[in-house]
Write a protein that binds this ligand. Structure first.
Ligand SMILES: CC(=O)CC(=O)O
Length: 680
């Protein structure tokens, strides 16, 4: 991805070119050769540099880079026009362990909203695929830690054994195909073991993170009714131990009609796991510690994997709707697996030699993404806690301790590192080859920061996709205008996907006629997946600039643009600590309102207001200049770190909203009801 402003049509600079040896050996090059040979398509073959004598530092020359780029685009064209063939190739190349036949792949001519079935003759078990590289292996499969930086690790063989014991206990508890197993759980080893055990039996896993409040958890889990709920006694966050049993009691009470076993993990050893605090009224819930639960299974039972249709549900994720109840998005085992392996192997070039760290909680789809790397024998690293405690560079210390080769995080984290002036180069990042950023668009200055202050020779991937697809967006994507026509590169439009893809959700929970599903993605353009993002393709590179959510798009006097453009300008204003831009309805038109959290010790003076307007006018256009600029004490965010634009937009347009449990700071919304400058 490249990042430029909507108003710029200049080809952005190349930030990184792979060393010749990497280009020669990469999975992308090997996959292109595989497709070229199998499909008789020489144009997709990425040319091989002469590698003998090359060191890792040697860059490919311009002619070779150009030829490689052309082959890559030919491969992209193939992958997004002949989707059935392409995904069959991915299945074969990444060696997804299926039972049965990979033919047919899919009816690629069917409308997307007819939901054609992928690989109807293949059977798969998600846990079987993730554990395949680890049977009898002494290599480290998982490293997990917290702010204490005490590492816990499991070898592959230990992981398989723990899943066996857990699956036996779940089987004894009556868990079977289609049952839901929930986790209100920290990002540690137990969450992965429970997910894999549930999956081995054909059950569906769904998790939320411990920082969710009671309402947020009940809004989710009361809809899907888990049979077993895994949770913890406490967490470490921001240098302190936080008791979890109080919230857990209220959650358990709210789920007393469905949860049969509440299993509590003593995640923080020095904190009491007092089960008496979890007594609920009504229902038949048994509350027990993890050890007691594990003891209920048949000790000798082998680990078996129930083969299931490719489309069998594996995960339920929740839309981060900021108003109303979250939608329960059901993702298939086969679709998720195939998509993740495409991303990890072909795009990410990960394999058994890699150590992959992703900063995430169990409540974000990046957790699901991280865990899938087990299927290719990659060691994964889990961290639960603040990314800045005990020290602002804690994640880089962890990267050193574990030899991380691919480091995933959020754009906001990178921005905060820069703001805090953390010296990442003091760390030994010799093995690090990739840095992924997501959650929100990565700002142009952050690209410069990463290459200047983290590492020069590094693939920096600003990746985008999300909960709706539990993956990233390497598909047939286009930017469309309101009339359903593709816009020219350099012009902003709605992000659509025009061809079926394997990780489309299989359905929404409690949505028997698919009405909610269709309303979420197919209401905007007939038969075409509308992703809800506002984007612009960059002329000359086919890179994509993410401009914000479509429903948060600004549209004054009929000119549409994304809030991210304003944020990029404001980030360079030292008096401003944070900002939020939304449109306010004024008759048939809309005016842009900009809310600022001022930096410490600064107030919003008329001079600062005028300077900001002048900067926006000069860097973007007069149309981008906000009609209203006011200071607010706080900007609302979701627990996953996304700015909450839509709820604010609704409030300032006169609606009363009920904040969902997804908000990290719901009280920050109150002020937006009573800002005098917004009265019309
Ligand atoms: C890959 C992503 O898009 C992650 C997210 O921001 O939800």
């Amino acid at each position: 991805m490249t990042t430029t402003s909507t108003t710029s049509s200049a080809v952005p600079p190349v930030m990184w070119t792979p060393p010749a040896a990497l280009l020669a050996s990469s999975h992308m090059t090997r996959f292109s050769a595989f497709v070229a040979a199998k499909r008789h398509l020489p144009a997709v073959r990425v040319p091989l540099p002469a590698t003998s004598g090359h060191t890792d530092k040697d860059r490919v020359d311009a002619a070779l880079a150009d030829a490689a780029g052309k082959a890559y685009h030919a491969l992209y064209e193939y992958s997004t026009t002949r989707v059935a063939d392409f995904w069959t190739d991915v299945l074969e190349y990444t060696k997804v362990p299926i039972h049965g036949s990979a033919q047919p792949a899919v009816d690629e001519k069917a409308h997307m909203d007819a939901f054609p079935e992928w690989f109807p003759n293949a059977r798969v078990n998600f846990a079987e695929a993730l554990l395949a590289p680890w049977h009898g292996s002494n290599k480290t499969a998982i490293v997990a830690t917290t702010e204490t930086l005490q590492l816990r690790s499991l070898t592959g063989a230990e992981l398989v054994e723990q899943v066996r014991v857990m699956a036996a206990a779940m089987r004894a508890a009556g868990v079977g195909i289609g049952d839901r197993v929930g986790g209100y759980i920290a990002n540690g080893i137990e969450a992965i073991v429970a997910m894999l055990a549930a999956s081995s039996l054909g059950a569906i896993w769904s998790s939320t993170s411990p920082d969710f409040g009671v309402t947020g958890v009940l809004d989710r889990f009361a809809q899907i009714k888990p049979k077993i709920l895994f949770s913890i006694n406490a967490v470490y966050y921001n240098g302190k131990v936080h008791d979890h049993l109080g919230k857990l009691h209220d959650v358990a009470q709210g789920l007393a009609d469905c949860v049969e076993k509440l299993v509590v993990i003593p995640f923080v050893k020095e904190h009491p796991t007092d089960l008496a605090r979890l007594k609920v009224t009504g229902g038949h819930m048994q509350v027990l510690t993890l050890d007691a639960f594990l003891a209920t299974g048949d000790k000798k039972a082998p680990l078996t994997f129930t083969p299931l249709p490719f489309k069998h549900p594996m995960y339920i994720l929740f839309s981060s709707g900021t108003t109303g109840k979250p939608k329960c998005i059901v993702h298939s085992a086969g679709g998720t697996l195939l998509q993740h392996l495409k991303e990890h192997v072909i795009h990410g070039n990960l394999g058994p030699q890699d150590v992959f760290f992703q900063y995430t909680t169990t409540g974000w789809m990046m957790w699901n993404w991280l865990v899938s790397a087990l299927a290719i024998g990659t060691t994964i690293v889990c961290y639960d806690g603040s990314p800045f405690k005990p020290k602002p560079d804690v994640l880089w210390t962890l990267a050193d301790m574990t030899g991380v080769t691919a480091f995933g995080t959020s754009a906001k984290y990178i921005q905060s590192l820069q703001d805090l002036g953390v010296d990442v180069q003091a760390h030994n990042l010799t093995k690090l080859h990739s840095l992924y950023s997501t959650g929100s668009p990565l700002k142009p200055e952050s690209y410069d920061y990463v290459y200047a202050k983290i590492k020069k020779n590094l693939l920096l991937g600003s990746i985008s996709g999300g909960t709706d697809i539990c993956a990233c967006l390497g598909m047939r994507i286009e930017a469309w205008d309101d009339n359903g026509k593709p816009v020219a590169n350099g012009t902003a439009g709605d992000l659509v996907c025009t061809k079926v893809f394997p990780c489309m959700p299989v359905y929404f929970w409690n949505d028997p006629d698919m009405a909610k599903y269709k309303a979420a993605y197919f209401d905007h353009f007939p038969h075409i997946w509308s992703h809800g993002d506002f984007v612009q393709f960059t002329p000359g590179t086919a890179g994509v600039v993410m401009l914000g959510r479509s429903d948060g798009t600004l549209n004054p006097a009929g000119v549409r643009f994304g809030s991210a453009e304003l944020y990029n300008v404001l980030d360079a204003v030292p008096e401003v600590a944070d900002s939020l831009a939304v449109g306010q309805k004024v008759g048939d038109d809309e005016r842009v309102c900009l809310f600022l959290v001022m930096a410490e010790g600064k107030t919003l003076t008329p001079a600062i207001r005028d300077a900001i307007k002048a900067k926006i006018r000069a860097q973007l256009s007069p149309r981008h200049v906000p009609a209203v600029i006011v200071a607010v004490p706080d900007i609302p965010y979701t627990i996953n770190g996304k700015k909450v634009e839509v709820a604010v937009k609704r409030i300032i347009s006169g609606q009363k909203i009920v904040p969902s449990g997804t908000l990290r700071n719901p009280e920050s919304l109150d002020i937006f009801y009573k800002i005098p400058e917004l009265k019309l």
